[in-house]
Every structure is written in structure tokens, then in C-alpha cells.
Design a binder for this molecule. Structure first.
Ligand code: GLC
Length: 510
């Protein structure tokens, strides 16, 4: 998807007003004087607009060789629906995650102040981040109630602020107003809470670290997302960065319990030889040196600590990209390798006050399409600076869960089927049985139709067809390759609208 300049600036304006609105809301709490004296309005694109800039789609895939990794991958492919939580300093003013720190021209600033003052203000947010209502059990319960089966949590975003008790830096949640809280080591408590609910656990970790002096050397300006010195001339500094990264990932892999996924963001940190046209097409600056962090060493260490660990080195095709991660969109067609669409529930990854949330029906439709195309959906939410998920977010999640509770058989433990779509009807098949599922997306806020039709996956002669939401057998007729299902009147009457109807049957030839 190409994001036009005008789209970018429209969403940018929206974010400006959000940032300002939030600053004013929190005047008493957060460094009012600084914010006002800077009078700095940062406008940045929405999460959708970032996609083109940051992570467009990639295609080349390499299946893992290690049996333990293969096994975990198959297990992960059964889960289908996960939660990605962006939580960090950016929650405090309620602005875009980290990117405002970056000086690329797609991030526009309308300000009387300057970049350096802005950075100081941003780094200073650490003294205001005191999430006294931090309640990971509420998050985990909301995820579980939504029917989510795995978690990815931002242990560190590009801004470098660590949501775990790293020994490598003081720029962390355990070194500020929240330090004395029994749950100060946030990532640990998030992972524990989700593990208790039976979800698979993933650590988001940004390879780039804009706070680390070995990545953005304070000696020089920081013109773009890349490290700001020539690694060929300053190998010592880059080695320090490599060590820093290795050690932090090692902490996460050794001290935070059992881990299923290491989700590495910031695909521009990669060996120079992996910079292909696909990467160049992002349009971001590409330095002449290699930002190689030695993934083989990291992977060996991580998998020794966490056997079978899935590593998702986003966009760096090869042995450390165990599944691919299209961002903010669903691929056009079914893909034959493991993948996951990460998509925000609102317009932003992190918490932005009054963010416009998608309806639960829209999310359910995306989930169905993603699963029919062979992927998983990782839905993004951002907790407030106080540490809770807002009521509208929890409400959406619970609506999605209500649908999944009765229709989950058509989603979980399924695998893609060749004829995966016929108009608004998508298809999946059970991994374990002969069942095929047809999932008909219904129009939002519209009455349930009297009939549903499709023209692939004809039921076997005499096969029964079950409507999952009621468990009842439904009538259908087959004419040529057309299947026409009659929806029972009671189903139509029972609800004024419904996100999607799922039917279970076996197909001819099986
Ligand atoms: C992009 C962005 C990042 C966000 C991530 C989530 O890579 O750089 O801000 O965390 O997408 O998928």
C-alpha cells in the first residue's frame, strides 16, 4: 500500500491534536512547564501510514530445520489469535511509540522549539511514568476472554526504555517513580500473568536503540533511524552495541520464565548483504556499513535457554525469521508459509487518548480472512500510562471472545484449504479431522440474511451441515457448483445482527 503525502499529513494532524489534548489532560501530573515552554507539536503518521515506511511485505521464507523449532511453529500455527501490547514512555503523553524521536522527514514537526529540546523532554518522561494501577492480570484476563492464545509484549521499543529490569542501563521502569512497586519489573509480571492464563509468550524487542550511546552516539547528530556513526571507522562502538543487545536478550531469555517467541523489530538493523531491493523500497536511508548484530550468536544463546524458541527477525529472510509479519494489512492472497498480520485495534500501537477503535465485527472479519489465508492475527492494544486497558478496548475484546467461544472450531487448529474464498465466504479445514468450515462474513448492523451462498467446497453427497453458533443442522441445496444454505428463521430472529456465521461439513472427494 502506498501512503500518499496527503494521507500522511491528515493523520499527522489528528495526532497533533491528540498529543496536545493529552498534554493538557495531564497538566497537573506531568512536566507542564517543559511541555509548554517547548510548545512543541510533534506530528507523526498513524500506525497504518508507518507501514510503508517501516515494514512492507516480504515473500521469501525458509522453513526451520531444528525439530524443536518446527514443533513449536506447528503449535503456534494452531493458536491463530494473539495480543501485541505496546507499552512504554510514549504512553505518558499518549503519543506515537518512539518514532517522534526520529528525525526522518515523514515525521513532521511544527514547532518553535528544536529537536534537541524535544529529545530531552522525551527522555525525561521516565520521571513521570508511574503506572500505579498496573494490572497485568486484567490484561491477561481480557486477552483470554477475547479468545487470544498468545502474547507479544514490548520489553523495549526503539526509544530504548526498558520495561524489564535490565542490568545494562538505568533507562528502565525499575529505576524511576515505579521502582518501589512490587510489580516494578513490568515485563516479568506481564509474562507471568499471561502464562497463568495459558497463552504462549512472546517478547517484542527492538534491535535499534535510540537511547543507547553505542547506537546513537551523542557526539553526533541523529538524522535518521540508523546508528549515527560509520561502523567501519568505529568498530569498538558497534561491538559495544552488539554486546549490549546480546546481554539484554540474554537477560530476557534467562530470567523471565519460559519463552515461546522472540519478536525482533527494527528490520533496518541487519547485515548489509541482506539489504535487497525489497528493503530499499522502504525508502528509508541505508547506510554504507553493516548493522550486523550477529544473529547466529544471539539465536544460539536464546535457543539454548529456550529450546525450540521461535525467532521472528522481522523482514530479514532466512533462518531467524521463523514466520513473516505483514504489518497493518492482510496479504492479498493465501500464503503457503507461516505468517502473522499485526494490526492495531485502534489507529495506534500504543495508548493515544480517544483513539478510534475498530468494531469487534471488523476484527472478527479480519481474523477470518487472515486464518483462511493461512496466517494468524496479532491484535495491537496499548495500556494507559496508569497501567490499565480502557473500558472500550476491554469491551471490544470481550465481544470478539463471545463470537470465538461458539465459532472457534472454524479458527483454532485449522489449516488453509485450497479454495479459501468465495465472495464473502472464507474457508478453513480442521488440522485433525475431515471437517471443512465455511465462514460467511455478515454486514455490520444488518439483519442476518435468509440464505448464504458459495461456489467452492461443495459438501459431500448427503453430508450434514452444522451451524456452529447453535450446533443445529441446517438445510442446503447444491446446484452445479453452487451451495445455498438456508438460515433457520430462529437464528435470524434471535439477534439483530451477527459478525459471521460458521458452518461445518465434509467435502466431496475426501
Ligand atoms: C513497526 C514500527 C513499530 C511498531 C511495530 C509493530 O515496526 O516501527 O513502531 O512497534 O511496527 O508491528
Amino acid at each position: 500500500m502506498i501512503i500518499s503525502r496527503s494521507f500522511r499529513s491528515r493523520s499527522a494532524k489528528r495526532l497533533v491534536s491528540q498529543a496536545v489534548h493529552c498534554s493538557f489532560q495531564q497538566l497537573n501530573k506531568y512536566s507542564l512547564c517543559l511541555v509548554l515552554s517547548l510548545f512543541l507539536l510533534v506530528s507523526v503518521p498513524s500506525a497504518q501510514a508507518q507501514e510503508q515506511q517501516v515494514h512492507p511485505q516480504s515473500t521469501k521464507y525458509e522453513w526451520p530445520a531444528e525439530p524443536a523449532v518446527k514443533e513449536k511453529l506447528e503449535n503456534w500455527r494452531d493458536q491463530k489469535f494473539g495480543m501485541i501490547i505496546h507499552w512504554g514512555l510514549y504512553a505518558v503523553p499518549g503519543m506515537i511509540e518512539s518514532w517522534a524521536l526520529c528525525s526522518e522527514d515523514w515525521i513532521t514537526r511544527d514547532s518553535t522549539s528544536n529537536y534537541d529540546d524535544f529529545k530531552k523532554w522525551y527522555w525525561g518522561l521516565k520521571k513521570d511514568f508511574n503506572p500505579v494501577q498496573f494490572n497485568p492480570d486484567q490484561w491477561a484476563k481480557a486477552a483470554k476472554d477475547a479468545g487470544m492464545r498468545y502474547l507479544v509484549f514490548t520489553t523495549k521499543h526503539h526509544d530504548g526504555f526498558c520495561m524489564f529490569d535490565t542490568k545494562e542501563t538505568d533507562f528502565k521502569i525499575t529505576n524511576g517513580p515505579f521502582a518501589g512497586n512490587p510489580k516494578a519489573n513490568v515485563a516479568k509480571h506481564v509474562f507471568d500473568a499471561f502464562r497463568k492464563q495459558g497463552l504462549m509468550i512472546g517478547a517484542y524487542f527492538s534491535k535499534p536503540d535510540w537511547h543507547c550511546p553505542y547506537y546513537w552516539w551523542p557526539m553526533y547528530a541523529t538524522p535518521d533511524r540508523n546508528n549515527n556513526y560509520d561502523i567501519r571507522k568505529h568498530p569498538w562502538r558497534w561491538n559495544k552495541f552488539k554486546e549490549y543487545t546480546y546481554n539484554q536478550i540474554s537477560e530476557l531469555m534467562h530470567d523471565y520464565g519460559s519463552m515461546d517467541i522472540l519478536w525482533l523489530d527494527g528490520g533496518w538493523v541487519r547485515p548489509l548483504e541482506t539489504v535487497t531491493d525489497e528493503v530499499r523500497a522502504w525508502g528509508a536511508a541505508i547506510p554504507a556499513w553493516s548493522q550486523d548484530i550477529d544473529m547466529p550468536a544471539i539465536a544460539t544463546m536464546a535457543r539454548k535457554a529456550q529450546p525450540g524458541l521461535l525467532i521472528v527477525d522481522r523482514t530479514v529472510h532466512g533462518p531467524y525469521e521463523n514466520y513473516q509479519t505483514p504489518e497493518q494489512r492482510v496479504p492479498e492472497k493465501q500464503l503457503d508459509h507461516p505468517w502473522e498480520s499485526c494490526i492495531t485495534l485502534g489507529d495506534n500501537w500504543g495508548y493515544v487518548p480517544n483513539d478510534k477503535l475498530k468494531s469487534s465485527s471488523k476484527v472478527i472479519h479480519q481474523l477470518i480472512e487472515v486464518v483462511a489465508k493461512g496466517g494468524s492475527l496479532l491484535l495491537g492494544v496499548g495500556p494507559t500510562p496508569e497501567g490499565t486497558l480502557t473500558e472500550p478496548v476491554v469491551q471490544r475484546l470481550s465481544e470478539i471472545g463471545t463470537w470465538l467461544k461458539v465459532n472457534g472450531a472454524a479458527i483454532y487448529n485449522t489449516r488453509p484449504i485450497q479454495g479459501y474464498q468465495s465472495g464473502n465466504v472464507y474457508f478453513t479445514q480442521s488440522k485433525n479431522t475431515r471437517s471443512v468450515y465455511a465462514l460467511a462474513l455478515l454486514e455490520e448492523n444488518a439483519p442476518i440474511p435468509a440464505t448464504i451462498e458459495w461456489s467452492v467446497n461443495t459438501p459431500a453427497k448427503g453430508a450434514k451441515m452444522k451451524l456452529l453458533s447453535t450446533g443445529a443442522t441446517v438445510k442446503y441445496v447444491v446446484t452445479g457448483d453452487k451451495v445455498k444454505v438456508t438460515i433457520p428463521a430462529a437464528v435470524q430472529k434471535a439477534q439483530s445482527s451477527y459478525p459471521a456465521l460458521a458452518f461445518e461439513f465434509v467435502v466431496a472427494g475426501d
